[in-house]
Design a protein around this ligand. Structure first.
Ligand SMILES: [Zn+2]
Length: 295
């Protein structure tokens, strides 16, 4: 099961219809909670997300709309008896804020602090890259290695069954049968999370080839001067990011409260997004992972 559960979509000031940020990426057995803003615990209840589903928490930066929900979520996880380890990733310069948030939660959890001070891998398949905001900020990218999908009818025709299948996969060949004779390429999937940034190389690197790209879209194109001043993206810039990256689906979020209707922002993004499908996220949306890219 791979899907994005949108818990909140507001920047800075929540509105009657938009909670502060918060996203749960369900990725097979893992649950990555990204940027839990204030109110995330209650949004999880509305979305039907259990605290026990969270295995990893990723903060892009320590502005309140991206992390003030952390103590509540941690306390809830402890209350629900979560026993598995939980890794918490964040920019190293946010250490003091993160430690304060963790301390007030006073949660009996196996929580492992994983600060990063530069771009690169932070866990298997998970990378960060620096973004260009007013404080140290990193976006995230989850990359599944390319693999192969076995074709049962070809395996059967080759007379390969049971443990021999595993041996063929491990060794690439079994007698005269090669793995590529009984399988087809399966491109790995990619997820990218680009929050709170001006246009920058890090955003482009994270978004590259993403099947699902979540990008902030704080301002409309007409407010590009504000986006520039506060180091945020406009909707059109988010769209251009998706196009340059060849992204499959672009999820816009982190909207300024000045836009009661974000349909125009979605249109502005779509105008720049090329072939990418554009979704303006609403709270509690579930965005299915797009089908795998064809090779
Ligand atoms: Zn923000």
């Amino acid at each position: 099961m791979r899907e994005l559960v949108v818990l909140g979509t507001a920047s800075q000031v929540p509105t009657r219809t938009r909670n502060h940020n918060g996203y749960l990426l369900r990725w097979d057995g893992e649950g990555l909670l990204l940027d839990p803003g204030e109110g995330t615990q209650r949004q999880m209840t509305h979305a039907g997300v259990a605290a026990s589903q969270i295995t990893r928490i990723c903060l892009t930066h320590v502005h309140g709309d991206h992390c003030f929900g952390l103590p509540g979520v941690l306390a809830r996880m402890a209350l629900d008896g979560v026993e598995h380890p939980v890794e918490l990733h964040y920019p190293a310069s946010g250490e003091e804020v993160v430690r304060a948030l963790v301390a007030v939660a006073h949660a009996a959890l196996d929580l492992r602090l994983r600060p990063h001070g530069e771009g690169g891998p932070v866990a298997p398949g998970l990378e960060v890259a620096p973004l260009a905001h007013r404080v140290e900020t990193y976006g995230y990218r989850l990359v599944e290695p390319d693999g192969r999908t076995l074709l049962p009818e070809r395996l059967a025709a080759a007379g390969i069954t049971g443990p021999a299948v595993g041996r063929l996969v491990r060794e690439g060949r079994l007698g005269a049968v090669r793995l590529e004779d009984v399988s087809v390429p399966r491109p790995g999937q990619r997820f990218a999370f680009v929050m709170d940034t001006a246009e920058c190389d890090g955003a482009a690197a994270l978004a590259d080839g993403a099947d699902l790209l979540v990008a902030e879209s704080t301002f409309a194109d007409a407010d590009a001067d504000l986006a520039d001043a506060y180091r945020h993206l406009t909707a059109g810039q988010a769209g251009a990011l998706a196009r340059a990256a060849g992204a499959g689906t672009l999820v816009l979020t982190h909207f300024s409260s000045r836009y009661p209707d974000v349909a125009p922002l979605a249109a502005q993004a779509a105008a720049q997004a090329g072939a990418a499908r554009v979704v303006a996220a609403a709270d509690l949306d579930r965005v299915a992972f797009p089908p795998r890219r064809r090779t």
